[in-house]
Design a protein around this ligand. Structure first.
Ligand code: SF4
Length: 306
């Protein structure tokens, strides 16, 4: 019988996502003519759908946009794409998260200072593609520890290491340690964002207390998937769900699950989390106690604000 529902101390919308949604809302209300978002404004189906219903279009390439206003998503974009859009006469609204822009600035400055950059992140993620666009000839992307450690010695190069904003904090600490052993002259830029740090730290506190963790977020959301994976490693039963509809009452029938933890990725709206809590309370026939956790751990890993 489900008795307790613990809510992670930090979950849901981050600063960059709130800001991007606000930009898109204001633009869709005020812009004259067609409004198009390049890729998903944030990685969440409910948010994407909301803008579609408002008549805002979505394109996966600037080549498909011929007129009006183009909104750049929170994940950012390479500078040559913005240039291309402006050359086509599009009005560009840049909703790139300032913490992603911060990585652009770090890389631009480092390259000016003759650094070559290793970026630790998913090569196919929009954030990475944007970052690479700021110094395409001076960056190598490594998607895993193995890839990173198999890179050349590069003894004569000034080397810098940056990391995807939503990376796994503890895994990256290990990667950083090994990278410094291989390249003692490596300059490490800690670019995992503070929103990621807080949500992962909250999962580390939540998961040991419960029998199951439900992380509300989309499959396309890197940070949501990461939270589900971390919780699964800790409690052995961490699941990523898109909404309350994905919860099966059979999970709780004749089962030993007495406590469930809830978290949500940085792009998940509050209403989806509230629906999940409501459904779990229903499944417990109204008996489950809902407990909002407060963070006890100090956040001392990431050095960027967010
Ligand atoms: S997860 Fe971090 S980098 Fe991404 S939008 Fe949110 S605050 Fe910005």
């Amino acid at each position: 019988m489900l008795k307790k529902i613990h809510i992670a101390s930090h979950h849901g919308f981050c600063m960059g996502v709130k800001r991007a949604i606000q930009f898109a809302e204001e633009t869709s209300e005020n812009a004259v003519g067609k409004v198009t978002i390049l890729n998903e404004i944030v990685h969440n189906e409910a948010v994407v759908e909301k803008f579609k219903q408002r008549g805002v279009e979505q394109a996966s390439s600037v080549d498909d946009v011929t007129e009006g206003t183009l909104i750049i998503s929170a994940h950012g974009i390479a500078p040559d794409i913005i240039e291309k859009a402006e050359n086509k006469g599009l009005s560009v609204v840049d909703a790139t998260c300032p913490l992603v822009t911060n990585i652009y600035d770090i890389i631009t400055e480092a390259v000016k200072d003759d650094y070559y950059i290793i970026h630790f992140g998913n090569l196919h993620h929009e954030e990475t593609l944007g970052i690479v666009g700021y110094a395409p000839d001076r960056i190598t992307v490594a998607g895993s520890e193995e890839e990173l450690l198999s890179l050349p010695e590069w003894k004569d190069r000034k080397l810098g290491l940056t990391v995807q904003t939503t990376a796994h904090i503890e895994d990256f600490a290990i990667v950083e340690h090994k990278a410094l052993a291989k390249w003692p002259h490596l300059k490490v830029f800690h670019t995992i964002c503070n929103a990621t740090t807080k949500r992962q730290t909250a999962i580390l506190e939540l998961a040991p207390k419960v029998d199951m963790v439900l992380v509300v977020g989309s499959q396309s959301s890197a940070n949501s998937k990461r939270l589900a994976s971390i919780s699964n490693d800790i409690c052995g039963n961490g699941k990523l769900i898109g909404s309350a509809d994905d919860i099966l009452s059979s999970w709780f029938e004749n089962s030993a699950i007495e406590s469930v933890g809830i978290s949500a990725g940085a792009s998940t709206p509050d209403f989806l989390v509230e629906d999940v809590i409501k459904k779990l309370v229903e499944i417990s026939n109204g008996h489950a106690e809902v407990i909002q956790l407060e963070s006890k751990r100090k956040n001392n890993i990431s050095r960027t604000a967010g």
